[in-house]
Design a binder for this molecule. Sequence first.
Ligand SMILES: Nc1ncnc2c1ncn2[C@@H]1O[C@H](COP(=O)(O)OP(=O)(O)OP(=O)(O)O)[C@@H](O)[C@H]1O
Length: 265
Amino acid sequence: MTEPLPLFTQPHRADRHRAQTDPILQLEKINVSFDGFRALTDLSLQIGVGELRCVIGPNGAGKTTLMDVITGKTRPDNGRVIYDQNSDFTQLSPVEIARAGIGRKFQKPTVFEALTVFENLEIALKADKSVWASLRARLSGEQQDRIDEVLKLLRLGGERQRKAGLLSHGQKQFLEIGMLLVQEPHLLLLDEPAAGMTDAETEYTAELFRSLAGKHSLMVVEHDMGFVETIADHVTVLHQGQVLAEGSLREVQANEQVIDVYLGR
Ligand SMILES: Nc1ncnc2c1ncn2[C@@H]1O[C@H](COP(=O)(O)OP(=O)(O)OP(=O)(O)O)[C@@H](O)[C@H]1O
């Protein structure tokens, strides 16, 4: 019998035990408060291996705080964040969490504008070194291939020697996604990736995310419902720091409580 294909580009020691239905991330009864204000209340959420999950919700619902808790930027008052069914992220530092295979993209692209597209990817690939040390260290053939593959995937092949500061906003967003992908993360957290993109770029982002799902797990926070509709199998609606509804976009859009929250009733 042939071995099943690994779900991730970067083989993980537990891969052969995994099934698509296994959780990659389980948040259990997370509470976060800021000076007495409860940003997340008993929040429980589960993301499956290879899943593409969209998280929606009105302003202040707790979406950013949720990502901050996963990446270790914010420590919850209590609750657990179980990754790959064994490690509890609440016990790890942000660097350890990133090394465990979590990549996060913030809403505003943060690329090195004075460096070329290729150099940006090179630095991301050697994230364990300082910027200058990583530019001096030689790339292996395999690393070169990885960068070429990502440049092609993100349609940046023609821009490889261009300074990143000269790219369009959408191209900078793609470059930043590329900077995550060269690190071969297991779980990608993406905050409003389509914001400020042209229609064509948004369309390609949707296509790209669909192609990444399966190989990676993705959690996308997004306000653009058209974009959510094209990408998500499964949607979580947050409201006042809690999960208000979960299901297909059609299901959550038909949910009375969700309608009330979005219409402000
Ligand atoms: N560091 C902080 N100190 C105090 N309050 C905070 C802090 N961070 C977030 N909050 C509050 O927690 C609540 C949830 O904020 P969060 O940014 O997670 O919401 P969001 O769903 O991401 O909103 P948006 O869609 O506007 O980005 C908000 O009421 C916010 O004002």
